[in-house]
Design a protein around this ligand. Structure first.
Ligand SMILES: NC(=O)c1ccc[n+]([C@@H]2O[C@H](COP(=O)([O-])OP(=O)(O)OC[C@H]3O[C@@H](n4cnc5c(N)ncnc54)[C@H](O)[C@@H]3O)[C@@H](O)[C@H]2O)c1
Length: 375
């Protein structure tokens, strides 16, 4: 058995729980040298830290992320804090020689993302950007079909990511409403996911044209005063891909009735694919090569042993859920650390995604198309 990887997590709420669940489960399903050790959890919110550590089995606690990073018994730092903390924590962790996994969006802007990528490269530590939707088996199958040429030349990547949790104007003011804490709103939060999927499946994006809006201009803070909402509720943009495809990316937290509705459609010269996260075990596939008499979109249930990740789970038709994407993510990362190999999506991917996000903001501000930097 190899040395177990000791994990220190910074942030213990929503993503803190999702990642904790992944560390708990990963050793049962992935073939690892040793399951990760949940060594330390860090949060500034002392009140809930005890209960969090007890529930998930984190061995020790910190309330200052700098102390966590200084510890010799931490090998991997997991960053699940609000976005403004991603860069300082990641850069410091890299300097101390820790491997890093960081939630999306990578940073407040592309400059910060570049500093993070360069710090990780310089320290030669494994680095992962937590784009978990790359690890949905149906999305992996879509990638395989595209790489095999089943779709031919790609003409369109059309993606939407809709939620409706902000529809109620009484939803309180959170860090997510403050541009100085989040960088942007629905744009960095949700467009970042579908931009990454666009890059993963179709390739680099070369230019964008964007419109954003804040529909509810102020929300109530815990102290009863009103806070100005500076982060967008919705950001819609068109894009050109480097290889010639046209793309559409729509993100909104004001899409009434939609809970976590991420859907993409890819149209090529030989076929097409549709994916819907709320039906994540399924992939719709259309092929021009099919017999015209029975031609149409077929609904593939992506739970066969031949499909990516499935052989370590259940028999066909015994479906997976959202939390499995985090187990896949953490499993691939731990394996990469054990073997000393690279793992995607990495900090370079995070930076490239952030460059698209930044270009779209610039396009909205200037009211015109903006080129995405080439490197
Ligand atoms: N991959 C996904 O699907 C997904 C989904 C939701 C959120 N996210 C990302 O995950 C990150 C965290 O989001 P969340 O929804 O868990 O946020 P959250 O608000 O639920 O939790 C953030 C946590 O960070 C803690 N924190 C704040 N400042 C801190 C500090 N200085 N030191 C230590 N802890 C501190 C907070 O107390 C809280 O526990 C964000 O970057 C977000 O964009 C990703």
């Amino acid at each position: 058995m190899g040395k177990a990887i000791n994990v220190g997590i910074v942030g213990t709420q929503f993503m803190g729980r999702a990642h904790s669940n992944a560390y708990l489960d990963v050793g049962y399903y992935f073939d690892l040298d040793a399951p990760p050790v949940m060594k330390a959890a860090c949060d500034i919110n002392k009140n809930d830290l005890d209960a969090f550590c007890k529930r998930y089995g984190w061995q020790t606690q910190e309330t200052d992320w700098k102390k966590l990073i200084e510890r010799d018994d931490i090998d991997l730092v997991d960053i699940v804090t609000p976005n403004f903390l991603h860069k300082p924590v990641a850069v410091e962790a890299a300097r101390k020689g820790k491997h890093i996994i960081c939630e999306k969006p990578m940073a407040m802007d592309a400059q910060e993302a570049r500093e993070m990528r360069d710090a990780a490269r310089e320290a030669n530590v494994r680095n992962m950007l937590a784009f978990n939707y790359r690890r949905v088996p149906a999305v992996c199958l879509a990638k395989k079909l595209i790489e095999e040429g089943k779709l031919g030349t790609i003409y369109h990547f059309n993606a939407v990511y809709y939620q409706d949790w902000q529809i109620d104007p009484n939803v309180p003011y959170l860090w997510r409403h403050d541009k100085s804490k989040g960088g942007s709103g629905a744009h960095g939060d949700m467009n970042a996911h579908i931009v990454d999927l666009g890059r993963y499946l179709v390739g680099e994006i070369s230019s964008v044209c964007c419109a954003q809006e804040v529909f509810v201009k102020e929300r109530k803070k815990p102290d009863g005063t009103m806070g100005q909402v500076t982060a967008d509720d919705a950001a819609y943009f068109m894009a050109r891909f480097r290889e010639g495809a046209l793309g559409v990316f729509l993100a909104s937290r004001m899409a009434c009735g939609r809970k976590n509705f991420l859907r993409f459609e890819i149209f090529g010269s030989q076929g097409a694919i549709n994916f819907n996260l709320e039906r994540l075990n399924e992939l719709e596939y259309y092929s021009l090569k099919d017999d015209p008499a029975v031609q149409g979109f077929r609904n593939l249930i992506v739970t066969e042993a031949v499909h990516p990740y499935i052989d370590m789970w259940w028999p066909p038709g015994h479906i997976l859920g959202w939390e499995h994407t985090f187990i896949h993510e953490v499993g691939d990362l731990i394996k990469a650390i054990e073997k000393g190999t690279d793992v995607q999506a990495d900090f370079h991917d995070g930076m490239r995604c952030q460059q698209v996000i930044d270009a779209a903001i610039k396009s909205h501000d200037g009211g015109k198309w903006v080129d995405v930097p080439e490197e």
